[in-house]
Design a protein around this ligand. Structure first.
Ligand code: DO4
Ligand code: MG
Length: 279
């Protein structure tokens, strides 16, 4: 099942059927242990529609939740980061964190800095080297249970992060730095390890980058990341956790204003973001 956030409330998708729910409180709606079964109860007695236009315009599926992110969870991320920070001498931190017991976890955004499907993400004016990071994003309930999955875009400045790893918060956190959507996928069982993440970047309709990675290439388990995040933090409304990127374009690529970023994750859907700069 999938849930979409709309202006009017929520749309639940089960197969080809869509169920419109007039919910009062998005946070209470998604933050439920056993969300899959709760949704089955919610749609009982609701007349389904097959009208796909119900999910044409959706919002990022976030309310009061924080979005956190994991770093260096795939070999490709480790290698790209070591390369970009070699000159500053910061490269050695990335191989260490890749192998360490403790994962890299950082605070990414709240809803005010997050855009949904079709939304515009920013590249920073003081950055010269920028990429989207396509990341499977967990939705975790306040009880620490993984209840759903979404598509995340962890926008990143490689020039700022490469200059000094201590600049990570500036490379990662700014207006419109995160994309999330189009929905929260709520399966009965944990997501299949063979799930593919595809990143496509288009410029004036031309393909500038295409890459694919399976989530089974990730070094760490989802439950391991959640365990570290929840060990010292409470999340009364649940939270989102981006699980890291396994796709980084080659070093000669940087995003430009007007680019279209398309991130597709099997079973979840496609998150489309357009690239701009803050005024
Ligand atoms: O270490 C810096 C950030 C890493 C990251 O965002 C990722 O691997 O996805
Ligand atoms: Mg990332």
């Amino acid at each position: 099942m999938k849930i979409y956030k709309t202006k009017e409330g929520a749309v639940v998708q089960k197969g080809a059927d869509f169920f419109i729910l007039k919910i009062q409180d998005w946070d209470a709606f998604i933050n439920r242990k056993g969300l899959h079964n709760a949704l089955l109860k919610d749609i009982e007695g609701v007349t389904p529609s097959q009208d796909t236009s119900l999910i044409e315009t959706t919002e990022a599926p976030i309310g009061k939740q924080e979005i956190w992110a994991s770093g260096v969870t795939y070999m490709r991320s480790k290698e790209a980061r070591m390369e970009e920070s070699k000159k500053s001498g910061g490269d050695t931190f990335y191989d260490k964190v890749y192998d360490a017991d403790r994962p890299e976890l950082f605070f990414k955004a709240l809803a005010n800095r997050t855009v949904g499907n079709g939304g515009t993400v920013n590249i920073r004016k003081d950055s010269t080297w920028d990429v989207p990071e396509p990341e499977l994003t967990l939705f975790i309930s306040s009880e620490g249970t993984i209840e759903g999955y979404s598509v995340g875009n962890d926008m990143s400045s490689r020039s700022i992060e490469g200059e000094n790893p201590l600049y990570l918060p500036q490379a990662k956190v700014y207006e419109r730095c995160a994309g999330l959507g189009p929905c929260i996928y709520v399966p009965e069982k944990p997501i299949d390890p063979d799930t593919n993440i595809k990143l496509e970047i288009l410029r004036a309709g031309n393909q500038m980058y295409l890459g694919n990675v399976l989530i089974s290439n990730m070094k760490r388990k989802h439950t391991e990341l959640v365990g570290f995040l929840f060990s010292e933090c409470d999340f009364p409304d649940g939270c989102f956790l981006m699980t890291g990127t396994g796709l980084v374009p080659s070093d000669d690529f940087t995003l430009q204003v007007g680019d279209e970023v398309r991130i597709t994750i099997d079973s979840i859907g496609t998150l489309v973001n357009f690239v701009a700069k803050k005024n």
